[in-house]
Ligand binder design. Sequence first.
Ligand code: PLP
Length: 399
Amino acid sequence: MTKAVAQTFPLAPNVARMRTSATLAAMQKALALRAAGADVVDLGAGEPDFDTPEHIKRAAVEALRQGKTKYTETGGTRALQEAIVNYYARAFGTQYDFKEVMATAGGKQAIFNAVVSLAGPGDEVLIARPYWVSFPEMVTFAGATPVVIDTEESGFHLTADEVARAATPRTKLIIINSPSNPAGRVIPPAEFQRILEVCAERDIYAISDECYLHFVYEPARVFSAASLAPELRARLCIAGSFSKTYAMTGWRMGYALAPAQWIAAMLKVQGHATSNPNSVAQYAATEALNTAQDCVADMLAEYARRRAWLIKALADIPGFRCFEPEGAFYAFPDVRGCLRGAVRTSGAFAEKLVDDEQTVVTDGAGFGAEGFIRISYATSLERLQEGVRRIRRVAERLS
Ligand code: PLP
């Protein structure tokens, strides 16, 4: 006799506790509306509107022609590892060894590998609020406890003092993200150093998620934690990504730089999960790092132009308060001044934008910041201007 299927599917407790991604939900909403024929303005997407640069695509085509379609080493080809190590040496004066580097399927897999290799039941992991949606879920998956540091008082700039106050003897790890998603905040280098000094004093490991590394705006400067003194890097994992820098979101390429023992554990995780990153994409990524970086500068210049327009325009919308982000490609306005009547939350405000004006933004609540919305300017200035006109109409109707 067969057993009746349990009425609720018997998920593993750690997975049952995980929440689905709020940013993916916004993307799906935009897709559904567009499929129904609506003129959607999508300011929800966290991905560049640029195509992958031609020379990078050509490297992948060439790799295909040469039959580079087999498994590779778990941590990526030697050529890619060399390209990563050399790139960091040129850009930040570092001297990473091959035992301290691995390629991954997107920056996401680098962070995932790093979290699950270190954190487990009984451990606390510090995350600054507002946080990228996947940070707490990865920690939950690992069976550890996410501990959220509220940074609203410091204008969403994580500080060493905040880290010191939140740390306990159970704190194993901190995940730092600068420039940050969703707030676009950049931690100044001196403050970053102080944060890692606190970590060194308390024996806390750190992941520096540098997904938006290159997207910073004057007077802020590109800064990688990799350039800090060796004693501060002894507990540090850099998680990097090709997705935003080279407009390569779909290729799924990222990397990690960390102490050899941490990388060895991450290779174990990756080896049993995905074996290796996509072989053809590795050739594209190698080309991206080994050639001139003009394409990155061009994209940055265009983001800077959009950002300058957007921040000014948002300041003019009734009920909106928007600080000027130093990095990434998001604005993160406080919309609490627009919340009234049936529209009581930023989620309801975002829904009203979709229902009344077919405009998609991301609700801040998914990032732990109820009352805020994330507006991506990784879309053309024309669409951005149309989107802001629509947002303005909704805000005016509410005020
Ligand atoms: N970290 C942050 C803060 C992000 O916003 C993203 C993507 O949106 C990632 C990491 C991961 O990017 P990917 O896996 O595409 O490299």
